[in-house]
Design a protein around this ligand. Structure first.
Ligand code: C5P
Length: 372
């Protein structure tokens, strides 16, 4: 994919090297474009070096798939939002990455234009203002520009990560889930136009702050169930990817449990609520996707689990297989559908695996919406 990076100048340029590196890490080529009206920023030579591509000066843009305006200072943002006709005649999708929280007028809502949310406030050292959105946010917005919008108008709930079941104020039971697969699913659904609610336990990864992606942090299985049920009604699709703890302590001690006299300590555990099975038993439920991490007899367990939890699609993976376990960037998933079909996906990046799962969801959705 070819990206034109239109850089307005100013203090926001400090964030450009990290953004350019992130765009290029995805294998996209980046062509820097300098506007004649830009404030002084990174010079053409430095931008060319960072992008590995000669800078283009002037108003005319090279032929690209997506144009990114970053950083976009307040004055350029205002000019871009001027009543239609006076904006630049750039063709194709445009992602504008402001460094100012400017009011967005309807004039900005041109087809194919996306406005990144402002980033973190810059505070300290006498510097005030806003950073531009993180490189990850911009990359997601760029990828969304070329993604099929086949989940537009669809609300998708995803659960991700582990749950933590507290024993006392300092100790808890949990598992090795990183949340990578659930986050990959949430982001893929978002890129395809879905309005996503991501209910997640404590994650080892950051969630990009994207518009229409609502993150709902929870800690325990019971909290996750409450958050899922509170949101379930409005959803068209629910993908339950979280590694929910199967057991929780019967009691959580208010004060730290002491080791005592050196004797053993017996922990009384009780079952956590099964969130997927609860949704599966609802008379009006969203299209339901479950996940199953298995260590043996994957086929038999997956078939039984899909039926017992009444989900429309069950994605099973063998966590003992190299590249398919916890915390890694890849996964090998086998899909077990309600119609009895079994589809073994190859070893894929979690982002690609998420797309393949969503392909199945999209293909089944009109039928599922009509089913009881
Ligand atoms: O039974 P098992 O834990 O293997 O089932 C996995 C699937 O069920 C996953 O989709 C997981 O998110 C969901 N699950 C749940 N609540 C539980 C346990 C699992 O929603 N208490």
């Amino acid at each position: 994919m070819r990206i034109a990076l239109v850089s307005d100048g100013g203090i926001g340029c400090g964030a450009l090297p990290a953004l350019i590196a992130a765009l290029r890490r995805r294998g996209w080529s980046v062509i820097p474009v300098l506007l004649p009206v830009s404030a002084p920023g990174l010079g053409a030579a430095l931008l060319s070096d960072l992008c590995g591509s000669a800078a283009v000066s002037g108003g005319a843009l090279p032929a690209v798939d997506v144009t990114v305006v970053a950083p976009c200072e307040a004055s350029l943002l205002a000019a871009l939002q001027a009543p239609s006709g006076s904006g630049p005649g750039w063709r194709g999708p445009v992602v504008v990455v402001p460094i100012a929280a400017a009011p967005v007028t309807t004039a900005f809502q041109r087809a194919g234009w996306r406005l990144a949310p402002p980033g973190e406030p810059l505070l300290g050292g006498g510097v005030t203002g806003l950073l531009m959105a993180s490189p990850e946010v911009v990359c997601q917005m760029v990828a969304a520009c070329v993604a099929p919008q086949d989940l537009a108008g669809t609300r998708v709930l995803v659960t991700a990560g582990p749950t933590c079941e507290d024993l006392d104020p300092v100790r808890f039971l949990s598992n090795r889930s990183s949340g990578l697969m659930g986050l990959a699913l949430a982001l893929a659904a978002w890129r395809r136009g879905g309005r996503v609610t991501l209910v997640h336990g404590p994650l080892q990864v950051d969630i990009p702050r994207l518009p229409e992606l609502q993150a709902v942090p929870v800690r325990s299985a019971r909290e996750m169930q409450a958050a899922v049920l509170a949101n379930a009604d409005a959803q068209h699709v629910a993908i339950l990817c979280a590694a929910v703890a199967d057991f929780m302590p019967a009691h959580c001690a208010e004060r730290k449990i002491k080791k005592g006299d050196g004797a053993g300590y017996a922990l009384e555990l009780v079952r956590t609520p099964d969130i997927l099975a609860t949704l599966g038993a609802l008379p009006r439920r969203p299209f339901l996707v479950g996940f199953a991490a298995e260590t043996h007899d994957l086929h038999a367990h997956a078939l039984e689990k899909r039926q017992r939890k009444n989900c429309d699609l069950l994605c099973a993976n063998d966590v003992t297989e190299p590249g398919s376990g916890f915390g890694v960037a890849t996964n090998r998933i086998t899909l077990f559908a309600r119609d009895g079909s079994v589809t073994a996906l190859p070893l894929l990046s979690k982002a690609d695996a998420a797309e393949r799962v969503l392909d199945r969801v999209v293909a089944a959705l009109p039928v599922a919406r009509l089913s009881p």
